[in-house]
Design a binder for this molecule. Structure first.
Ligand SMILES: NC(=O)c1ccc[n+]([C@@H]2O[C@H](COP(=O)([O-])OP(=O)(O)OC[C@H]3O[C@@H](n4cnc5c(N)ncnc54)[C@H](OP(=O)(O)O)[C@@H]3O)[C@@H](O)[C@H]2O)c1
Length: 199
């Protein structure tokens, strides 16, 4: 398969590429990293990415910034950051990608643990994750041409503990290998409309 991975050079992106890279052609995308540059929060940039890379069999997103901060300090602007980047960015990849993914292909998005096991300062991320679960459920039943869509929702990855571990007291990190397998399950398997929890 020909697979585009947006966020390929991030912690989760690397894990997904490692799992799928030996069996498939991977096109790596990021704002400044990878083979193709895209800002998924900007629909015109996403359209340009698809025009450049041509038809693919699968789209994986492992990108999506959110603002972390105390609930009382959130502003409309900081809250919107997660909705604009993590939610609309990934929705943009799907809406723009509908005509660029071949018959029977798939979209695999990324959310995270915080809408089921919250941490302090994570309300923006929790809201974004919940929205993505709802989007995938709703979109799956309208996918044309046998296309599928899922969202991988991992706990904190073992490789990300040095960056984020202190924010996740009591959370047991999940093996990167198992997170990679979740992307393989979505791309190479048959399920659709699922939140694939890895914890
Ligand atoms: N790491 C974890 O343990 C973990 C666990 C659960 C959920 N998550 C979620 O998974 C997502 C990825 O996390 P991560 O830790 O892998 O992040 P990361 O290491 O910071 O990597 C993010 C990647 O996404 C790209 N990116 C960011 N914004 C983009 C945009 N607007 N358009 C295109 N590419 C963009 C970045 O590339 P450039 O720098 O080139 O833009 C980078 O390659 C986040 O939403 C995070 O909340 C992470």
């Amino acid at each position: 398969m020909r697979i585009i991975v947006v966020g390929a050079e991030g912690d989760i992106g690397k894990v997904a590429c490692e799992e799928l890279g030996s069996r498939h052609e991977i096109i790596k995308a990021g704002r400044s990293s990878g083979d193709i540059q895209v800002d998924m929060a900007d629909r015109a940039s996403v359209d340009a990415m698809y025009a450049k890379c041509g038809k693919v069999d699968a789209v994986i997103s492992t990108a999506g910034n959110v603002h972390f901060g105390p609930l009382a300090d959130f502003t409309e602007e900081t809250f919107m950051l997660g909705l604009r980047h993590k939610v609309m960015g990934q929705v943009n990849l799907v809406l723009a990608g509908l005509s660029n993914v071949g018959d029977g292909g798939s979209f695999t998005l990324t959310s995270g643990v915080l809408d089921r096991d919250p941490i302090r300062m994570g309300a923006g991320a929790a809201a974004a994750n919940g929205a993505l679960g709802g989007f995938v459920l709703g979109a799956a039943i309208e996918m044309p041409r046998g296309l599928r869509i899922n969202v991988v929702s991992p706990s904190l990855l073992d490789v990300s503990v040095p960056r984020y571990g202190e924010w996740f007291p009591g959370h047991e990190p999940v093996s990167s290998k198992r997170v990679g397998l979740a992307y393989a399950k979505s791309v190479e398997g048959a399920i659709t409309g699922k939140v694939i929890i890895v914890e």
